[in-house]
Design a binder for this molecule. Structure first.
Ligand SMILES: Cc1cc2nc3c(=O)[nH]c(=O)nc-3n(C[C@H](O)[C@H](O)[C@H](O)COP(=O)(O)OP(=O)(O)OC[C@H]3O[C@@H](n4cnc5c(N)ncnc54)[C@H](O)[C@@H]3O)c2cc1C
Length: 498
């Protein structure tokens, strides 16, 4: 795979010009490398390392962009896993069976359960495997969603910290990473995938691992495969440039099956900027387009995505002047979830200054009375008044009477002027429609048979992440677990043809 882009961006010497046949397989397929991995996010790097550890002599990672790491490096890097030594050190009792149970319950069994079973069994060991490679975690574990015990591991240095460790390990293992190589087709011979190509530039391999991430950066694919994100009318993506969904075209070339329509993660947003805020400050009051509350406003973001879906994907965040001013003056965001290592900085959207911007942009309404506010947001005044009266009664009682929100976040909505800000789940964090794999990370065809020589892992796959994002760390656990499995299986396939 020579440097056709002129970027000279090969990460390691030897990434270019890998020619000749090594012929390490007993299947007599000539090859330039044993395993080629498409994409250098955490899924791809884990796959490359595992392939190498399982005996693949030459492993090449082809990366479309000029930088290693994809969305994985931009990510918080929180990883979910049960039964880990990190949990045990804190006296937390947990195991894979509990994670599996929670996962299936939350998704109402609507996932590929055998694949999820493997995922939940391997998530804990994979957190530890990353630790063995050199990933450091903060001592404190966090809750990702609705679990009974904390099982989310927070890496020092966030996603970049994990990618740096994996990248360093790849260099030490003589794994080539070719940057600026956007793979545009698979090489197929007699029904078996035998390599990849970038234009005229072909590289033949004993097995191929697709780990090229999601499609958040491709609006037309969002519309087709994550319509509830596109339908917000203002979807914007916070991940990497390279998330264009190329794998969907590569998979179509070999009749690969896809699954996970309309799945992914959407975060609430005010629509006025391109700054994402994973959680709402707990003191806001969220009402639907009828003027009624519908949840504890501090719900984990995976739950909030679902709740918004159930309530028309449009809501209003209400507060009064006193609370907004107090939040601004405190200089600290009051989120329920606090992540070790992240600074307790001011919320990017909930200050008096930003409120003025939102008013100017027509995204917020301000009114001297609740009735006028109701008129401004087109809801029945009696309904909104009743909602706020009940909320305030809960504040006075020190107890959220309807949704049991933690009382420490209860602030009255009493001092005019009152504000309402329109919210939509328009921030696209990641996508979860993609190639269907089995528990060995083999890509399945339309007839549900493994496609010989083709493996996949990470955000480019479907079936593991369900309709309900189980919580922080769900995606990173998926990509690292199946990255490892895909690499191992690809190495074995390259060696034995099976
Ligand atoms: C800001 C942010 C925060 C997040 N926080 C968390 C979190 O804390 N915990 C969690 O679980 N999840 C989190 N996520 C989601 C999670 O990080 C991603 O889903 C995950 O990292 C995707 O990993 P991946 O390896 O599958 O893909 P990526 O990391 O996106 O890597 C795919 C790579 O493939 C490359 N590529 C694409 N097409 C081609 C091609 N044709 N040829 C060659 N290369 C190609 C891309 O350029 C990219 O580098 C977050 C996401 C974002 C954006």
């Amino acid at each position: 795979m020579s440097d056709t882009t002129g970027t000279g961006a090969s990460d390691t010497t030897g990434a270019t010009g890998a020619t000749g046949t090594t012929g390490t397989s007993d299947t007599a397929v000539s090859r330039d490398v044993d395993v080629v991995v498409v994409g250098s996010g955490a899924a791809g790097l884990c796959a490359a390392l595992s392939a190498r550890a399982r005996g693949a002599r030459r492993v090449l990672v082809a990366e479309a962009e000029a930088v290693v790491g994809g969305s994985s490096r931009l990510s918080g890097g929180l990883v979910m896993g049960a039964g880990t030594r990190y949990q045990r050190a804190l006296g937390i009792h947990d195991d894979a069976a509990s994670l599996y149970h929670d996962y299936l319950q939350l998704n109402r069994w609507d996932v590929d359960a055998a694949v999820v079973k493997r995922f939940t069994e391997m998530a804990g060991p994979t957190v530890e495997w990353l630790g063995d490679l050199g990933v450091e975690y903060h001592e404190q574990l966090v809750y990702g969603g609705d679990e009974r015990v904390p099982r989310v591991h927070v890496p020092v240095g966030r996603g970049q910290g994990i990618v740096d460790v994996l990248h360093r390990r790849c260099r030490e293992a003589d794994i080539d990473i070719a940057l600026g190589r956007r793979v545009d087709r698979l090489l197929v011979d007699g029904g078996r995938v035998v390599g990849v190509a970038v234009g005229e530039d072909e590289i033949r391999a004993g097995a191929v691992v697709l780990a090229a991430g999601g499609f958040g950066n491709a609006p037309e694919r969002l519309a087709a495969h994550f319509p509830s994100a596109a339908a917000t009318g203002e979807a914007w993506y916070i991940g990497a440039e390279g998330s264009r969904g190329d794998v969907l075209d590569l998979g179509a070339q070999v009749d690969a099956q896809t699954t996970g329509h309309d799945r992914g993660l959407r975060l609430l947003h005010t629509g006025v900027d391109r700054i994402y805020e994973a959680y709402l400050p707990g003191w806001l009051v969220l009402v639907d387009t009828e003027g009624r509350r519908f949840c504890d406003e501090t719900a984990p973001y995976g739950m909030m995505d679902h709740l918004m879906r159930m309530h028309g994907d449009r809501a209003w965040a209400i507060c009064d002047q006193a609370t907004l001013e107090a939040a601004t003056a405190s200089g600290m965001a009051r989120y329920k979830q606090t992540i070790p290592g992240s600074s307790k900085r001011q919320s990017p959207h909930w200050t008096t200054d930003v409120m003025e911007l939102m008013l100017t942009a027509g995204r917020a309404r301000r009114a001297a009375t609740l009735d006028d506010l109701a008129f401004g947001i087109d809801v029945d005044a009696a309904v909104l008044r009743g909602t706020i009266e009940r909320y305030n009664a809960g504040v006075d009682a020190g107890e959220d009477l309807t949704f049991a929100k933690d009382p420490s976040f209860l602030e009255p909505v009493r001092e005019p002027p009152f504000y309402a800000v329109e919210m939509r789940p328009s921030t696209v964090c990641f996508t979860a429609f993609g190639l269907r794999i089995d528990r060995e990370a083999r890509v399945l065809d339309q007839a549900s048979q493994p496609i010989a020589g083709l493996f996949a892992a990470g955000e480019c796959t479907g079936g593991v992440v369900g309709a309900q994002y189980v919580g922080s760390g769900n995606s990173y656990a998926n990509i690292t677990v199946f990255g490892r499995i895909a690499g191992e299986r690809a190495a074995a396939f390259a060696r034995t043809g099976r």
